[in-house]
Write a protein that binds this ligand. Structure first.
Ligand code: FNR
Length: 364
């Protein structure tokens, strides 16, 4: 029988109870300096209670300048890991697999929260100079974003060390899956795309140069991440900038096997986010699934699909029809923390899941 949404997924020595993952989603809810709060524990804990197989944290910054806003989660000290440990422990206790997205926001950093307008924050307003492969500010090259510094080779080495140290701390904090965030126009995606990477050293230029940093980071994270635990990488399959030289689906199909060689077990396939001129060809249900399918053809690594997945039958069909190995659900999990439990009911496989005993009288 083919796999379905509630088939367990075994990756290395880790078994995830089903194929539903809570997509990483920034909560902009840290009160100070990147420390997890009760919000993170309740928010992620609720989705674990709601039956998801993998519960992933929001983008968690590997260094302070890697936050989008001053309210983002971070893991640049052992104290940060201590604050995250109870969150992962509760997620595990609820039967889900705790995962962490390790991130650096690059030139898209230093902004106010979305509900404060996502306005650029200058250094004298609590913001900071942002980092990027080339000194190309976001969103436009003119205008008044915070100054964007081109990373030199020492900065690049420092960044690799930051990712490795963050992974080691995440492991101490109880995470079982580490995801390297290389999507949505943040720092590692900025290295991949010729739109933002205008370097002519070994970290720029051709495909090999532009992909070097992400391959190195995945390899180094893999070295410190235990052999029995999975490493994921989130990519933007395309910049959605067909009118100029940019990162394309075929580039991603070429990169995916190299990521697998570097130690990635699953490629989480998203798209866009690099430039405001992006042209999204189609929104709505499954709007990025065809990119996941293309990546799946190019590599033996597992593939996760994300974007516009909100219905039980739809998510189940992705797995049954072998279009993806994991159904990654974002906004629907904000609407319904119990998405996975409700999906099992709709699909008639409620025996495969368990409502918390505390709630059972209400659902029987
Ligand atoms: C996101 N997204 C996102 N992606 C990511 O890789 N790291 C992140 O921290 C965030 N943060 C975030 C916050 C919020 C509030 C939303 C709505 C989205 C993108 C998200 O993970 C997902 O890829 C998209 O939302 C598309 O999936 P859905 O929402 O259509 O299921």
């Amino acid at each position: 029988m083919s796999d379905h949404l509630f088939s367990p997924l075994s990756i290395r020595g880790t078994t995830v109870r089903n194929r539903v993952m809570v997509s990483p989603m920034c909560q902009y809810s840290c009160d100070r300096d990147g420390f997890a709060t009760d919000w993170h524990e309740v928010h992620l804990g609720s989705r674990a209670t709601g039956g998801a197989g993998i519960v992933m944290t929001e983008a968690t910054a590997v260094e302070p300048r890697g936050r989008i806003s001053p309210h983002d989660l971070g893991i640049w000290s052992d104290d940060h890991a201590d604050a995250l440990a109870p969150v992962a422990a509760f997620v595990s206790e609820r039967g889900a697999t705790p995962a962490i997205q390790l991130a650096h926001a690059g030139r898209k950093a230093s902004k106010t929260r979305p509900w404060d307008g996502s306005e650029p924050l200058q250094p004298d307003e609590g913001g900071w100079e942002t980092l990027a492969p080339s000194a190309v500010p976001y969103p436009f090259e003119e205008g008044e974003p915070p100054r964007t510094a081109r990373m030199d080779l020492d900065d690049i080495e420092g960044l690799r060390d930051d990712f490795v140290a963050a992974a080691e701390r995440a492991l101490d904090a109880g995470s079982e899956i580490a995801e390297v965030h290389a999507a949505h126009g943040y720092l590692l995606h900025e290295f991949l795309s010729p739109v933002t990477n205008r370097r002519d050293d070994e970290y720029g230029g051709d495909f090999e140069g532009r992909t070097r940093l992400v391959r190195e980071i995945v390899e180094e994270v893999r070295e410190v991440w235990p052999d029995d635990k999975p490493v994921f990488v989130r990519v933007s399959a395309t910049d959605w900038l067909p009118d100029r030289e940019s990162w394309t689906v075929e580039d991603t199909a070429r990169l995916a096997p190299l990521l697998a060689e570097a130690g990635a077990d699953l490629v989480d396939v998203s798209a866009g986010g690099l430039h405001p001129d992006q042209q999204i060809p189609q929104m709505g249900p499954n709007y990025q699934v065809r990119y996941a399918e293309r990546v799946g053809e190019s590599t033996d690594a597992l593939v996760g699909a994300v974007g516009g997945i909100s219905e039980a039958e739809q998510a189940d069909a992705l797995i049954r029809n072998d279009r993806a190995d994991l159904a990654i659900v974002g906004r629907e999990h904000l609407r319904d923390p119990y998405f996975a439990l409700h999906a099992a009911e709709k699909l008639g496989v409620e025996d495969e899941v368990e409502w918390p005993i505390q709630y059972r009288r209400a659902v029987q």
